[in-house]
Design a binder for this molecule. Sequence first.
Ligand code: ADP
Length: 367
Amino acid sequence: MPLELKNIYKVYPNGYQAISDFNLTIEDKEFIVLVGPSGCGKSTTLRMIAGLEEITHGDFIINGKRVNNLPPKDRGIAMVFQSYALYPTLTVYENMAFALDLAGFDEDVIDKRVKNTAKILGLTPYLDRLPRALSGGQRQRVALGRAIIRNAKIFLMDEPLSNLDARQRVSMRSELARIHREVGATTVYVTHDQIEAMTMASRIVCMDVGVIKQVGSPEELYFHPKNLFVAGFIGDPPMNFIVGKVENGTYISNDGFYHIDLSKFSEEQLAKINGKAITLGYRPETAVIGEEDLKGDKSEYLEMKGTVEVYEMLGDLQNVYLNVGEEKTIIKAKPEIQIVIGSEMTYFVKKTDFHFFDTNSGDAIEL
Ligand code: ADP
């Protein structure tokens, strides 16, 4: 079922404006993830979609019909919360059957649906168990089952994985993606975790203090962030930033540490950034250590350097924390590279891996 949010505002009774001019069209069967730091208005938006929170201004449309004033139960929406809210004294089977029972469905219809849903969720062996005899991940699946079984066309999920341990979260991420493919319901999913957003979303809506900063596929937000906020929020560890200005084809950082020769960029490209306060960004994973690892034309790379403050060996790679002038930088290094604390490291970043932002507006400048 497609959803449209047009010029939505939310002002709470205490006068706090939590959402400003929110515009989003969600296609049928999309998996939309609202992501952003705590307090940016994700839950408020989700609750307005559910009908649990009044929309102060704007239009909310389901399948072409304005439904601002439609009660939650009539919206065809199923909601899954962070706390599973299972009935502790009912079995898995009874928990899933509950809503259908209440709605007066025949027993054999209920039985068929419970068994089918349990199959999708891998819960068949646990149908007779009580919730307390299940793991966190299994309980979350029962909560999902209660949503799926109602054949809702729209699923809303508010941080559904946050009560799970790290390993369960990883496996539930791919489970949720699979379930979404099978069930095909339009899904709006709220999280503060950019990895959940990157791994599950068909499109990500990245928010900051009540406004949308960018909407796009995970790839778009990662490779083409439209502003400093999105660039800094998506990616782990986050993008490195240097603040400075461009003068006569040279990038000079404000602390004077970097004088980066930008003559590798064309006249046309330089014209877009010359004379401006520019924040330069590059991702930790784009740094190449050692000239022998440069790929293709070496003149495509800019040389950078910093002093190693500390490093973390993660097995598949190392995070290296560098002091560069008055700023900090993180780069990723292959595990076999010997890192020495206090030593100076030279590394290379391809010119196409740099992002340029107007420091004053925060907007990305596409070169
Ligand atoms: P998120 O889900 O992104 O963490 P919320 O939507 O819960 O953010 O909250 C957005 C902002 O609105 C926060 O600053 C929060 O304090 C405020 N807020 C939430 N509920 C209320 C309320 N009932 N009254 C006043 N302010 C609220």
